[in-house]
Design a protein around this ligand. Structure first.
Ligand code: FMN
Length: 262
């Protein structure tokens, strides 16, 4: 049974507490992981609590005017926010939700890790035969969402999706740890798995197959780039009077900006 929640820790910061083993922890035990692994992942999580009305009053009283959001280059602004998030988020500041639609137009969403962001777009890597891979093959459009709790900010991205080049995928593949490479060979991502042991057996088989040599990139593993047609920056302001700045890319490729009511 899961019984976890957020409680106020010292300095008004929130600490994730778990009073009973969750099913994830039970899984951890089953596969020989120590409880310390789970504790280490959760104990140092310091996400600020949502401000109360009193906090907002104090913030407004003591606040200096926030600098205007720069409107010249959405990627410069994105990189500045990501850099801040990397310094503040307890983990995976590059995590983003990726929304796609299936053949019936039903939306689907899951987290992936951003591996590259520049003027060409936002890149992530995955199994191209997964549900997301199949959905993107049929309808190469996606939305991304970053939510940085520690900064109380979000970034939304929408645009067309294209595969990265094989050279790009090879270069990123080469940076991955060997167990992750073997996992990519062994995982028929998004397809039914009878039990965990079947996956571990497949990993071991690929380990034997590749021996001590380099593990090549599987043909089913590569990356996608979301080329944004719009990027929205959202930042928290007291009393939920938030700020929203949208960059839209016109036909010429030039960016224009506009603001939205929160
Ligand atoms: C923080 C986080 C990061 C993740 N990053 C990736 C990733 O970069 N690539 C990936 O294929 N799956 C990643 N996953 C797993 C996906 O969320 C998802 O379970 C998996 O890709 C299968 O999705 P699909 O069945 O919709 O294709 C991540 C999960 C989490 C929670």
């Amino acid at each position: 049974m899961v019984n976890s929640g957020l409680s106020s820790g010292p300095n008004g910061l929130c600490k994730h507490t778990t009073t009973q083993p969750s099913s994830i922890e039970e899984e951890g035990f089953r596969y020989g992981r120590a409880q310390g692994y789970i504790d280490a992942m959760t104990d140092k999580t310091l996400i600020p609590a949502s401000p109360s009305e009193d906090d907002y009053v104090r913030q407004v009283a003591g606040a200096e005017a926030l600098p205007q959001l720069p409107e010249d280059d959405p990627f410069a602004l994105f990189n500045a926010w990501l850099t801040e998030a990397l310094g503040k988020e307890p983990n995976d500041a590059n995590a983003m939700s990726l929304a796609t639609v299936d053949a019936d137009g039903l939306p689907d969403v899951r987290m992936v890790l951003l591996k590259e962001a520049d003027a060409r777009g936002f890149v992530f890597y995955t199994n191209v035969e997964s549900a997301k891979g199949r959905e993107l093959a049929a309808n190469p459009k996606a939305a991304l969402l970053f939510h940085w709790k520690s900064l109380r900010r979000q970034v939304r991205v929408r645009g067309a999706v294209s595969p990265v080049s094989p050279e790009e995928a090879d270069a990123y593949w080469a940076t991955r740890a060997r167990p992750a490479q073997l996992g990519a060979w062994a995982s028929s991502q998004s397809r039914p798995l009878p039990d965990r042991l079947a996956f571990e057996k497949k990993i071991a088989e690929f380990g034997l197959k590749f021996g001590l040599g380099k593990v090549p990139r599987p043909p089913h593993w590569s990356g996608f780039r979301v080329a944004p047609q719009a990027i929205e920056f959202w930042r928290d302001r007291p009393f939920r009077l938030h700020e929203r700045l949208v960059f839209s890319r016109g036909e010429s490729g030039a960016w224009t900006t506009h603001r939205l009511f929160p």
